[in-house]
Design a protein around this ligand. Structure first.
Ligand code: G3P
Length: 227
């Protein structure tokens, strides 16, 4: 499995208009440049259709935004874990708030990722649901209250307790599983607070993808990784 350097900032490009076509490449290159200059650990999750292009273009780890709980074969339009690995992805988000999966599929997908050497980040909406998915032994659980996603207030400000409680409960379930937090994360202060609450990093999207000055925002975010 790819070992991610911790703490980590995972940038989910989602499928915003800003990252259609060449936009995804430009953003991934900004992430690479900031990772190079700062030594920070950054992961890029480009739109699915750009996965292979981006994985070939940058050296930072590139993750898929989703995989289906299906294996290679007669599965038109689906995305198998095998296919994202072949495209150059080193891991994947699973069960994102905007792409939920049933528990049985989360379990089999985490297992498939483990067998293929893909890093798995399972998203969850609460401390309790984080415990349920941590039991499957993913590499990471990313707790993101859905109502804060895409908003202006960071989870670390609006609901710091959900982060610390998730860290506590997941650690009690399986100390190997690391916790990320996300929703509304925008700046270095939010990152620093997340780490102070026990998270191993953050998962964010709009704060970077929709920023006027992407480079400045990324630089500010990585400053939060330092003591
Ligand atoms: O996957 C990250 C995400 O759902 C949080 O989005 O825009 O609130 O950073 P955002």
């Amino acid at each position: 499995m790819t070992e991610l350097e911790l703490p980590v900032i995972v940038v989910n490009f989602k499928v915003y208009a800003e990252v259609e076509g060449e936009g995804a490449l430009r953003l991934a290159q900004e992430c690479q440049a900031v990772a190079d200059a700062s030594g920070a650990s950054l992961v890029a999750c480009p739109p699915m259709v750009e996965l292979s292009t981006i994985a070939r273009a940058v050296r930072i780890p590139v993750f898929s935004q989703h995989v289906d709980a299906l294996s290679s074969g007669s599965i038109t339009g689906h995305v198998s874990p095998q296919s994202v690995r072949a495209a150059g992805a080193r891991g994947t988000l699973i069960n994102h708030s905007e792409h939920r999966m049933v528990l049985a599929d989360i379990a089999s997908t985490v297992r498939a990722c483990r067998e293929l050497g893909l890093v798995s980040i399972v998203c969850s909406e609460s401390a309790e649901s984080s415990v349920a998915v941590a039991a499957y032994g993913p590499d990471f659980v990313a707790v993101e209250p859905p109502e804060l996603i895409g908003g202006d207030v960071s989870v670390t400000t609006a609901d710091p307790a959900i982060v610390s409680r998730t860290v506590e409960l997941v650690r009690a379930t399986d100390p190997q599983v690391k916790v990320l937090c996300g929703a509304g994360v925008k700046n270095g202060k939010d990152v620093r607070t997340a780490l102070g609450l026990g998270a191993s990093g953050v998962l964010l999207a709009s704060g970077v993808v929709k920023a006027k000055d992407v480079r400045a925002v990324l630089e500010d975010l990585v400053s939060g990784l330092k003591d």
